[in-house]
Design a protein around this ligand. Sequence first.
Ligand code: AMP
Ligand code: ZN
Length: 117
Amino acid sequence: MAGEPQADCLFCKIVAGDVPATVVRETETTVAFRDINPQAPTHILVIPKVHYPDAAGLAAAEPAVAADVLREAGEVAAEEKAESYRIVFNTGTGAGQTVFHAHAHVLGGRGLQWPPG
Ligand code: AMP
Ligand code: ZN
């Protein structure tokens, strides 16, 4: 069924507590944890507890949870005292997506170039 945990998904394992993560916030529908390979002083991933391969698929199927992810991204940035920050959803291998469970990267704590690479 759509949204069900996938046995071979790293982020579903983090949601289940089967893989450890440095969790900074958790809600009924989301988990936020530090990226294992940070690209900025603040680099936190916000994921829905439900499994969808990418953010647009999540938004189409469960728009309220997609909104929860965005709201939590803002809460994380506030907790990190990041005045300016970037929310990134890499979508597809060509854009650098390596984990196919929707996730928002929250990046901050340094200047961020625009346009991005
Ligand atoms: P993406 O490349 O957009 O799919 O993002 C996946 C992110 O997950 C990368 O930034 C990785 O560094 C991060 N990552 C991979 N494994 C872990 C893990 N066990 N705990 C935290 N972050 C992870
Ligand atoms: Zn998953």
